[in-house]
Design a protein around this ligand. Structure first.
Ligand SMILES: [Zn+2]
Length: 311
């Protein structure tokens, strides 16, 4: 059976594994990225170590999901979490080092491809996959191919403006959907409501308001907390409105919500589904399903390997 190494490069950790062509992880591990040392060679050394830890001579190749905009030559641009990772050809470096095929892809695109090949997108024609976390990552698969673009960098979905006079976004623009559904926004939204005098179990749960996390807001919602409910409904309504636009544009069979914040649960999914139904073209909204990711915690590893298995 064919095998490949998948590498999920994060700002804090590198997750890696040996994966077979059915998407099963055979061996895996985790190493610190050491991005804080601000030295690209150190990060390259860590990735090399990760690859060697699960190396087998007969692998098909190595797939790397990295933050940032990645072009068709495997070069990375604008990667905010890895400051030294600009205008840098990751593919070339590792192909030279390991003498195997190396595929480099933006991490959210990589997850979309992994979900399409092995996860919740199996058997579809078109998916939109969102990774909900600190930011909002996106990837689109249409007719069995990742949606590309002039320099292969399409589907920066988190930075689609939903309000042209809206909130400031981390990317420098205003009104991007990320500024309404990203981690910090969710937390600030809860804090704002509590500071306005609304009662919430979050005050006691967090001790200090600045300690509130999205996970805590989910737990508070489970306990029937009204503030937590409002936070999720507002966030999911914004997300649903944005996705109604995606539905109208791309007519996906499935929308897949991945990432830590997608674990907010049923309130998130039901509100997103309801909003899409209300806002997208009727016939398109009737055919789309909104589903949780299928790959779980190691999705970055499986997706990295999936990049090698694409043909
Ligand atoms: Zn933005």
């Amino acid at each position: 059976m064919k095998k490949a190494i998948g590498v999920d490069l994060g700002g804090t950790y590198i997750k890696y594994g040996l994966v077979d062509e059915t998407g099963k992880i055979l061996k895996s591990g985790m190493l610190p990225t050491k991005a804080e040392e601000k030295n690209r060679d150190v990060v390259i050394e860590q990735i090399s170590l990760a690859i060697k830890n699960v190396w087998e001579n007969d692998i098909e190749g190595i797939g790397i999901g990295t933050p940032g905009v990645v072009d068709n030559y495997g070069a990375v641009f604008e990667s905010p979490n890895l400051p030294d990772w600009h205008n840098f050809n990751v593919k070339e470096v590792f192909e030279k080092k390991f003498n195997k095929l190396v595929v480099v892809e933006n991490d959210a695109n990589s997850i979309a491809w992994g979900e399409y090949l092995f996860g919740a997108g199996k058997g579809t024609r078109a998916i939109v996959c969102l990774t909900l976390g600190t930011g909002l990552g996106g990837g689109v698969v249409i007719n069995g191919k990742l949606l590309r673009g002039a320099i292969y960098s399409a589907a920066e979905l988190g930075h689609m403006p939903v309000d042209y006079k809206g909130r400031k976004c981390g990317c420098g623009s205003t009104g991007c959907i990320e500024a309404y559904v990203g981690r910090d926004y969710i937390v600030h939204s809860a804090i704002r409501k509590i500071k306005m005098g609304k009662e919430s179990v979050l005050t006691e749960m967090a001790g200090n308001l600045s300690e509130i996390t999205p996970k805590m807001i989910s737990e508070a919602y489970q306990k029937g907390d009204k503030v937590a409910e409002e936070v999720w409904v507002e966030m999911a309504t914004a997300l649903g409105a944005f996705l109604a636009g995606m539905v109208n544009m791309l007519n996906p069979d499935r929308i897949i919500l991945a990432g830590g914040i997608a674990q907010a649960g049923e309130i998130l999914f039901s509100t997103v589904r309801k909003t899409i139904k209300e806002r997208a073209m009727r016939v398109l909204s009737e055919t789309v399903e909104v589903v949780p990711a299928g790959l779980g915690n190691d999705s970055g590893i499986v997706s990295g390997a999936a990049l090698v298995f694409q043909k």
